[in-house]
Design a protein around this ligand. Sequence first.
Ligand code: NAI
Length: 292
Amino acid sequence: MVEIKAVGVVGSGQMGSGIAQLAAVHGLKVWLLDSDPEALSRAKTFIAGNVRRMISKGHISQANGDNALSLLSYTTNLEDFQDADIVIEAIVESEDVKKNLFRQLDRIVKPSGILASNTSSISITRIASATSRPPQVIGMHFMNPPPIMKLVEIVRGADTSDETFLATKALAERFKKTVICSQDFAGFIVNRILMPMINEAFHALYTGVATKEDIDAGMKLGTNHPMGPLELADFIGLDVCLSVMKILHAGLGDTKYLPCPLLIQYIDAGRLGRKHGIGVYDYRDAAKQAQP
Ligand code: NAI
């Protein structure tokens, strides 16, 4: 089985920064890459702050935290991934953009390297078709935020080898995650069920069934969900939710997966969720108050 010691992470947004942090805290060498240097610099500050908080709360020792930070390198150059045992991609949820990246990774990463995608919904088989190594391409779907959430959903493409699956599973278990395994159909397990629920919550808001607060309170208190669906959509990013709904619709062919017009309108208005300060809810005042 491939022994994973060095990890490349592509995309330093919400998911990539958390995956990089997790790998470094578990003693792996990590290169975190983003095409946007500002995103990379935000990720560096974010990870350093999280690691400091983990030390101060006693979750990890000072030595473990210092070691994690020393294991992390930040780059905008894909060529740095040559020696990675696995590259985990966490860039924008677009099949064409991901395929283009995997084509480049296939050229750069050593032949034994695994190429994993954190995609929420896109076919691993199709992403793998952009490479010359489909047996070494796999879905490794972390939940948000990766350092906290206990689950990793592993998705085997049509040609993913047993060796790749076992190495990826072992890595997730090293991160102390529970692994579930999905076949390669749009949305896999978690988003196949979650996203239609979120989309339905938008329909309830759109058609005036209830206020956003009542929809969220109904699902939190009525069904014991830790977050309401609209609040969760803001947390995930409305752009990510829309991409997943489009992929469910295209991949499964049922009109029940058509994205709600209100979800589309919010995105057209730049209301992408927490990461942009406003989505279904407005977080801008809270962000100002949190500033020192
Ligand atoms: P994000 O928008 O926070 O971050 C994406 C990052 O990728 C940005 O910093 C962007 O500059 C960078 N990027 C885009 N194209 C690039 C390229 N070609 N090369 C290098 N960097 C590039 O997105 P987020 O939320 O982290 O999502 C990333 C992936 O993870 C998506 O596939 C999404 O579906 C998946 N995902 C998202 C979850 C969520 O709750 N947001 C949960 C689980 C999976």
